[in-house]
Design a protein around this ligand. Sequence first.
Ligand code: SF4
Length: 168
Amino acid sequence: MSEFRLTTVEEFEAATARLLETGAKVGADSWQARVKNQTPHCKFGEEGVCCRICTMGPCRITKKAPRGICGCDVHGIVGRNYLKFTAGGAATHSDHGREICHTLYASAADGCYKVKDPEKLIRIAKEWDIETEGKDIYDLAHEVAYEGLMEYGKPFGTQRFLKRAPES
Ligand code: SF4
């Protein structure tokens, strides 16, 4: 069985540097370049004290105006902005996982998508308490993909990958 290893920050940074170098040669844009055009950021937005949740706003919190039109104070506005950003960001990225599950579901021995790392598939299946013994690798792939898809909009229980989170 192959050894499971997470990619290190240094490896990510080295790969990013190579990508930027290649991009610069062909004149490609990057977020690192775009962020310079957006600097300095809007002070209200950066502090999270601008609310655009409803069409009565946007409301900005200042000493003179400590509450939005609806009455929400700075704690409410900053807190829900933070929650919306993180929940929205996590949801957006998690959808890449949904596409991966669809692709895995479409995998076949004679198809366009194939299982390249059976050991990894078996490891994840075991982590999710899916029986692996004696199963055709593509039957197992479809089962894992199905269970993965069922993680989205899960009506009961908790996310399977929560098991990976540290106790704290
Ligand atoms: S502070 Fe209240 S009124 Fe203003 S935009 Fe946000 S939700 Fe709307």
